[in-house]
Design a binder for this molecule. Structure first.
Ligand code: RP5
Length: 161
């Protein structure tokens, strides 16, 4: 099936953080693609990817990057698709640099910014699925079931490790 969500990341080193986004989309049976696209090291790849995303049939983008994390913002500058930004935890500044780089967009070019790290990646995928579910009742049911399973998995009392 043609991918509906594009997951892009600035580096191979970001994959560990972004992998849960892909896993959630797999669980929800949302067709998606995963690419390394660096705003700084492969700017032409970024331009080509983001500017052609809509015409290729993608409906939303999830973009993760760390440090001077310009990938989500530049992708948002090149497409009107919804872009969800995931700050990757950097070694030196623990991802605060990534978060601020992604969240502080100028008015008019939105990036929906998530939490730093894997929780942000997971939530980006859930948001992307929520957007798609607006027009896809079957996906809306799968999403509701996913959330219910999460609720059901929470024990009432803590157990010892
Ligand atoms: C950013 O620089 C990437 O998104 C990554 O989080 C960070 C470090 O990249 P590597 O030096 O590990 O390739 O562009």
């Amino acid at each position: 099936m043609r991918p509906l969500v594009g997951i892009i990341m600035g580096s191979q080193s970001d994959w560990e953080t972004l992998r849960p986004a892909s896993a959630v989309l797999e669980d929800l049976k949302v067709p998606h693609e995963v690419r390394i696209v660096s705003a700084h090291r492969t700017p032409k790849r970024l331009y080509d990817y983001a500017s052609s995303a809509r015409e290729r049939g993608l409906k939303t983008l999830i973009a993760g990057a760390g440090g001077a994390a310009h990938l989500p913002g530049m992708a948002a500058a090149l497409t009107t698709l919804p872009v969800f930004g995931v700050p990757v935890e950097s070694r030196t500044l623990k991802g605060l640099d990534s978060l601020l780089s992604i969240v502080q967009m100028p008015g008019g070019v939105p990036v929906g910014t998530l939490a730093i790290g894997q929780a942000g990646a997971r939530n980006a995928a859930l948001l992307a699925a929520s957007v798609l579910a607006l027009m896809d009742p079957d996906l809306a049911e799968r999403l509701a079931a996913w959330r219910q399973a999460q609720t059901d998995a929470v024990a009432e009392t803590p157990s010892d490790p």
